[in-house]
Design a protein. Structure first.
Length: 291
């Protein structure tokens, strides 16, 4: 299939492109710059100039492909409105086609898990303020199945692997060269290796029923303190120390401090049962320690 992939040079998107190409699909990656276009072509993919800030142009490109996989995000103050406009334009372009549209959300739509329980796709949402717009957009994507689009929403967990991902934030929050985690680190995050996540996107393209919502995570949930120590060890950094929440709020702001202290114990069982996603056995803490 000919697949339009937004964010094709990003941390997640570039690996999704590899997985799709390995399965024999033609990847048409969006590029905003000459460098991005050259990178896509060097990797053996097609490239097209497109931007989330031009939803009509993006929709026109989408209508010429068999599938759209959306992993891009502007990561700026206008992220919500840009994302909403782009997704809605793509859905309009694909209406009635039966084409798959795989959209990306994230686990920051969840609050903390109740004691002794895992959060799943039927759990209520309680997004961090930065992503307050996401649950309603997820619902729009899922509902577009009634308009003849084979839609799916993937909520990746904390993505790691290949030296990138949000776990690098421990070093980014370092004080005098010592990494930090916010709070006592007893809260949990649920991870997914970027390679395994990319395979989930490919399975969604090939197998997803219309109107699907799945968490892209592998278990078990891990304590943030343990994750910080393993990531710092792998990067050759000192042992991280706790950062009192009240102090972190002053530097990070209340929204970011709230997000990183949530207890995200999340189930990925639906993706396994529905799509046959079977990531290989992993030991994330050992992988992080090995760099």
């Amino acid at each position: 299939m000919r697949i339009l992939l937004t964010g094709a040079t990003g941390y997640i998107g570039a690996v999704v492109a590899e997985s799709l190409a390995r399965r024999g699909h033609t990847v048409v990656g969006t590029a905003r710059t000459d460098a991005a276009e050259a990178s896509l072509r060097a990797a053996g993919h097609e490239a097209v100039r497109a931007d989330l800030h031009d939803p009509d142009g993006l929709a026109g490109t989408a209508s010429g492909c068999d599938v759209v996989v959306h992993t891009a995000a502007t990561q700026d103050e206008g992220m919500g409105p840009a994302e909403q406009a782009a997704v809605r334009a793509i859905l309009r372009a694909l209406r009635g086609s039966g084409a798959p549209f795989i959209s990306t959300s994230g686990v920051w739509v969840y609050g903390s898990a109740p004691p002794g329980q895992l959060l799943d796709e039927d759990s209520p949402t309680d997004p961090v303020a930065t992503f307050a717009w996401r649950p309603s957009l997820e619902s729009e994507v899922v509902a577009a199945a009634a308009d003849g689009v084979r839609t799916a929403v993937i909520r990746p967990g904390m993505v790691y692997g290949r030296g990138g991902g949000p776990l690098n934030q421990f070093a980014a929050m370092a004080d005098a060269g010592v990494p930090r985690y916010v709070g006592d680190g007893a809260n949990h995050w649920t991870l997914v290796h970027v390679d395994d996540l990319a395979d989930l996107y490919a399975l969604a393209v090939e197998r997803t029923p219309a109107g699907t919502l799945v968490n892209g995570v592998i278990g078990p949930p891990l304590r943030v303190r343990d994750l910080a120590e393993a990531a710092a060890s792998g990067a050759g950094l000192p042992t991280p120390r706790p950062w009192p929440v009240a102090e972190a709020v002053l530097e990070l702001g209340p929204e970011d401090a709230d997000g990183v202290t949530r207890d995200h114990r999340i189930s990925g069982e639906r993706a396994r049962a529905l799509l046959g996603w079977e990531p290989p056995p992993r030991s994330p803490l050992d992988e992080l320690r090995s760099g």
